[in-house]
Design a binder for this molecule. Structure first.
Ligand SMILES: Nc1ncnc2c1ncn2[C@@H]1O[C@H](COP(=O)(O)OP(=O)(O)OP(=O)(O)O)[C@@H](O)[C@H]1O
Length: 216
């Protein structure tokens, strides 16, 4: 993956899974400070596109990302319920810490402080000690976003981050993403099933169908 200062740039992404063509020469750009919604019917390729852009699926084409690597926020937030909110956020630092010290619970003090800072940025100051299993759905999604922030990502890819939330929490999470784009200059690509939310919270909307993308 190549680095750019231009947010996220995807050029000609081609992806096949199990012999089936899933993405057809998908190109898009998300500028720093911009929230772009990705919409499309079930099976259109939204998750595949986000995973490919995050480098989790090998694909053809070019991926350029501010900060070197986008961070992916999963629909079901993928937290360890038995771990605290802070420990779940610290998982975002594993890429630069290696395995052994974290496996022994020896997190560097600077990373612990950074994790608390990320929790504060998503509105969860003071909840670092709370077990993830004891957080609400909206709070868990905030922890997942804080974990992405601790990766020092400048590009966030969010795969239906509000699909399992009630309308009030869904709006709160999208407000947070807007804030992170507007105040911190992150480039955010978010897949959404609700057109009304896409209209209200996204700067631009992209539609994908059958693995082909166009602007709406
Ligand atoms: N591992 C796989 N092997 C083969 N085909 C796959 C695999 N994963 C996904 N696909 C196919 O790729 C296409 C796109 O799937 P994807 O999950 O990206 O769609 P989506 O738009 O995210 O759908 P949804 O809104 O239901 O989550 C679908 O036709 C799906 O069946």
């Amino acid at each position: 993956m190549l680095e750019t200062r231009r947010g996220l740039v995807l050029r000609g992404l081609d992806l096949s899974l199990s012999g089936q063509r899933v993405l057809h020469a998908v190109s898009l750009e998300v500028a720093p400070g911009e929230v772009v919604a990705l919409e499309g019917p079930s099976g259109a390729g939204k998750t595949s596109l986000l995973r490919a852009a995050a480098g989790l699926l090998p694909c053809g084409g070019t991926i350029l990302a501010d900060g070197g690597h986008p961070a992916l926020v999963f629909q079901q937030h993928a937290l360890a319920g038995r771990l605290s909110a802070q420990e779940n956020v610290l998982v975002g630092a594993l890429g630069r810490l290696g395995f052994w010290r974290p496996a022994l619970g020896l997190w560097p003090a600077a990373e612990v402080a950074a994790a608390e800072g990320c929790l504060a940025r998503v509105g969860l100051a003071g909840l670092g000690d709370r077990r993830a299993a004891h957080l609400s759905g909206g709070q868990r999604q905030r922890v997942a976003i804080a974990r992405a922030l601790l990766q020092r990502a400048r590009v966030l890819l969010a795969d239906e981050p509000v699909a399992s939330l009630d309308p009030k929490n869904a709006e709160a999470i999208l407000t947070l993403l807007r804030h992170l784009a507007g105040q911190e200059g992150l480039a955010i690509l978010v897949s959404l099933h609700q057109p009304d939310l896409a209209r209200r919270f996204a700067d631009r909307r992209l539609r994908i169908e059958g693995g082909r993308l166009w602007e709406t």
